[in-house]
Design a protein around this ligand. Structure first.
Ligand SMILES: C[S@@+](CC[C@H](N)C(=O)[O-])C[C@H]1O[C@@H](n2cnc3c(N)ncnc32)[C@H](O)[C@@H]1O
Length: 288
């Protein structure tokens, strides 16, 4: 770690080196995130081919259909009032289905630049990322004839706050005091991307457990076997590689029962040179 900066001369080579030297700490991860550029991140991950709604094997349609199925079908037990989205980043797609069942959604991120990007979308400011195709796709999955502007309005109405979070803190939302524990936590691509190692991942999961009611659900989406991802042009951040076995065991050790675990393998043409992710997992877990 040179001067606290993530560097990249190629495909994730510096992060790998650092991991081998055991030099990556929670503090170093936080330092790396100073270079996160929301607009670049959105461009790398949320345009075709990764967000191609004409294909069911594209990453984003796969994630949206998992979230839709869990919230609208399955046993129908994912509901309540308060939902906290952990490490929201600059994205809103992860809440498109949930906003139909939770009236009090709290979005969170470690970085003010990401919270600002969300607030700009909430306020309908011009020149924000165009989520229209995502909104349309969620409406099509629901099949109730809802138009995308109505969906956007419903989501904006359900989101009550956008606040700071640090998953590595025993009190992750400090100094915010939560009026009531959450009925559901959602998190997409956060824990593995902000933890220097598996021990920190597990501690972060323990910290997040303090925000959730007993019998509440944790819907987690994450990267499988990833060692780095790009957060700005030429800047790579290390990711702790995880697999299904580790994620399941960690959730169980933190007091969760696994309800559903699904995995997606990245088609070759989704490998667009911004990370080395091999696949994606989606897990629905229930806090005992
Ligand atoms: C890979 S992005 C995921 C963004 C979004 N949820 C998505 O699905 O694309 C990881 C996010 O974790 C946030 N983050 C970084 N450090 C964090 C920390 N210590 N606690 C919580 N979130 C953190 C970053 O700012 C970033 O927005």
């Amino acid at each position: 770690l040179k001067g606290g900066k993530a560097q990249s001369s190629g495909r994730g080579d510096v992060p790998e080196m650092e991991r081998a030297d055991k030099e990556v700490s929670v503090a170093a991860m936080k330092e790396y995130y100073k270079q996160f550029d929301p607009r670049s991140y959105l461009r790398y991950n949320y345009i075709p081919p990764r967000a191609d709604f004409t294909r069911t094997d594209s990453i984003v349609p796969w994630k949206l259909s998992c979230l839709h199925l869990i919230v609208f079908h399955a046993i129908g037990d994912v509901h309540g009032r308060t939902l906290i989205d952990i490490g929201s980043g600059p994205t809103i797609y992860q809440l498109l289905s949930a906003c139909e069942h939770f009236s009090n959604i709290i979005m969170t991120d470690f970085l003010e630049v990401n919270r600002q990007e969300i607030r700009r979308w909430l306020h309908g400011e011009p020149d924000t990322f165009d989520w229209t195709a995502f909104l349309q796709h969620a409406c099509e999955l629901e099949g109730k004839g809802c138009s995308w502007p109505e969906k956007a309005k419903r989501l904006r109405t359900a989101i009550h706050d956008v606040i700071p979070i640090d998953v590595h803190s025993p009190n992750p939302l400090h100094p915010y005091s939560l009026p009531e524990l959450a009925d559901c936590l959602v998190s997409s691509f956060c824990l593995e991307a902000v933890s220097p190692d598996r021990t920190s991942f597990q501690k972060a999961l323990t910290n997040l457990g303090t925000l959730l009611k007993p019998n509440g659900h944790f819907l987690m989406i994450g990267a499988l076997d990833e060692s780095y991802y790009q957060v700005a042009d030429g800047v790579h951040i290390p990711v702790v590689p995880v697999d299904q076995e580790f994620v399941s065991a960690t959730l169980k050790s933190c007091g969760y029962e696994i309800c559903t675990f699904q995995c997606y393998t990245l088609p070759q043409d989704m490998k667009v040179g911004v990370d080395d992710v091999a696949g994606i997992f989606f897990v629905k877990a229930k806090k005992k």
